[in-house]
Design a protein around this ligand. Structure first.
Ligand code: DX5
Ligand code: ZN
Length: 219
């Protein structure tokens, strides 16, 4: 499955010191920047939008993994591509024509991801899995950082990895919400290969060291 990717969630950064925090992640062993876009409609919170993403992109030296928690995401795919997204993930629950949305994302040459809320069954992805580069399994209800991990995520990972193997597709399985050194190994053993972590990394006294230790414990 290859080396696990670590994607710090910028939602947990210090927004008054965004350049400093972006550079800190540039200088760490982290693989991607996870960018949470919330519209206050799909989720009960508003994070930040295009001007802030543009500022992040100016300093970031690693791929931008954009997680869209917005209704009708098709309207903004092109804009997020122009803002430098390398992975664009939309919510299953927010897309009426998910296959069309995936095709649209891929038409711009970026990776297409689907996020599933904790209650959404992975079986619903069966008919689009080979069109999908990444599945983001939400291990909290989306909208806020710092929530506790939902334990049924492990069985969803195992079943999704099995489905991907059956369909002979090389899927990235990303876990988002409540990830830390406590559950990281079990998530990877179940079949995940990308871990998003917000409060665990940015809340640490030494985030660079925290990323390094997380990487090492997964080797
Ligand atoms: C939640 C977001 C997450 C969040 C994770 O809606 O999608 O990416 O930032 O935060 P932690 O790691 O603190 O649970
Ligand atoms: Zn996220």
């Amino acid at each position: 499955m290859g080396i696990t990717k670590i994607a710090p969630s910028v939602l947990a950064a210090d927004f008054a010191n965004l350049q400093r925090d972006i550079e800190m992640i540039n200088n760490s062993q982290a693989d991607w920047f996870h960018i949470d876009i919330m519209d206050g409609v799909f989720v009960p919170n508003i994070s930040f939008g295009m001007p802030v993403l543009k500022a992040i992109q100016k300093h970031a030296t690693k791929p931008l993994d954009v997680h869209l928690m917005i209704v009708d995401p098709d309207r903004y795919i092109k804009t997020f591509v122009e803002l430098g997204a390398e992975i664009i993930t939309v919510h299953y629950e927010a897309c009426t024509h998910l296959h069309r949305t995936l095709q649209l994302i891929k038409s711009y040459g970026v990776k297409a991801g689907i996020a599933l809320n904790p209650h959404t069954n992975i079986e619903l992805l069966k008919n689009v899995l080979t069109e999908t580069d990444l599945v983001c399994l939400m291990s909290v209800n989306p909208g806020f950082g710092g929530q506790s991990f939902i334990e049924n995520t492990y069985s969803k990972i195992t079943a999704l990895r099995q489905m991907a193997t059956e369909q002979q597709t090389d899927l990235l399985i990303e876990i988002d919400g409540g990830v830390s050194n406590k559950n990281a190994n079990q998530l990877i053993d179940a079949g995940a290969n990308v871990l998003v972590a917000g409060s665990y990394i940015f809340g640490a006294s030494n985030p660079v060291e925290t990323v390094k230790n997380l990487k090492e414990q997964l080797l």
